[in-house]
Design a protein around this ligand. Structure first.
Ligand SMILES: [Zn+2]
Length: 305
């Protein structure tokens, strides 16, 4: 069994070492899909880490720009979501992100997002922690009510100044006047070719007015080291880990979940795809996470107010 890292360069050598060392060097039994057994462990967990990926967003109808159908106009996301693409054609890249921001106004958190948020709120009242570590940039966890969220890939609704590095939340629609009505995804839509001075450049730092870019992690860029350090701290101290809507053999779960499992901590996968039997995860629940997660995270009979 080999772990696969898709489209992301890993600049942290110890993480790369984990990725290159398959944990399933001896054959393990298939993970359990016994919900009551999971619920017993869940009822005693004090620090729960929940890794989420594209599958959770896909169930809300969010286009994830992956696989063969993942095109915007005639480009794959991988060719637009790079620092090089932005410096070559900031107008086109902003059209792409403007489109994705506007699409999000029509999407809602699904039962998986809501179950996670409700669980965090409920267990939080009893001094138990739930932390979401997500690769998704759509803020659906936030909108569902989750508070403790680590966004590994940043957010569609944050900007970063190219001149001074200042980051700020930004929920404006459209993000600038020139992008109004632009960003159509059809292959024959024409580039808006917006001049740079009309692109988003509202850096709030005094006297800056620098050009803004989406504060998301692009291909070829390293993850934010503070966010990554915080995620590792959460994973090092959790006593239960859920991997939701992302395969544990692809990044980012592949980077983290084996670390957790190797400490003997139960890891439960909720995913549409099967997991290799050699993986060391305790549980696997097959199906859409909007269906499998709510009963798994519902109040346990031992929880009393
Ligand atoms: Zn600035």
């Amino acid at each position: 069994t080999r772990m696969i890292v898709l489209g992301v360069s890993c600049r942290r050598s110890h993480l790369c070492a984990i990725l290159r060392t398959p944990r399933g060097s001896h054959v393990m039994a298939r993970p359990s899909s016994d919900l009551s057994e999971f619920r017993k462990i869940f009822s005693g967990a004090k620090k729960i880490a929940i890794l989420t990926g594209a599958g959770v967003s896909a169930e809300s109808g969010v286009p994830t720009f992956r696989g063969p159908g993942g095109y915007w106009r005639k480009w794959q996301a991988q060719s637009l979501a790079t620092p090089e693409a932005f410096s070559r054609n900031p107008s086109r890249v902003w059209e792409f992100y403007h489109y994705r921001r506007e699409v999000m106004l029509t999407k809602q958190p699904n039962p998986a997002h809501l179950a996670i948020a409700e669980c965090e709120e409920r267990l939080g009242r009893r001094g138990r922690q739930v932390t979401v570590i997500t690769q998704n940039i759509d803020e659906l966890h936030r909108r569902a009510g989750s508070r403790s969220i680590l966004e590994l890939h940043g957010s569609l609704f944050r900007t970063r100044c190219l001149s001074c590095g200042h980051e700020a939340p930004n929920y404006q629609s459209p993000i600038c006047a020139a992008l109004q009505g632009k960003g159509a995804p059809d292959p024959d839509a024409e580039d808006a070719q917006i001049p740079e001075h009309q692109l988003p450049r509202r850096c709030e730092q005094p006297g800056c007015r620098g050009l803004l870019r989406p504060a998301v992690v692009w291909f070829g860029e390293a993850l934010d080291s503070e966010v990554l350090a915080h995620a590792e701290k959460v994973l090092d101290s959790c006593d239960l880990c859920l991997v939701v809507g992302t395969s544990s053999v692809v990044y980012p779960a592949a980077m983290f979940a084996p670390q957790v499992a190797s400490r003997g901590v139960p890891v439960a996968e909720f995913n549409m795809e099967d997991t290799p039997a050699t993986m060391r995860f305790r549980f696997h629940f097959h199906g859409p996470c909007g269906t499998t997660l709510p009963p798994a995270l519902a109040p346990h009979e031992t929880e009393t107010d």
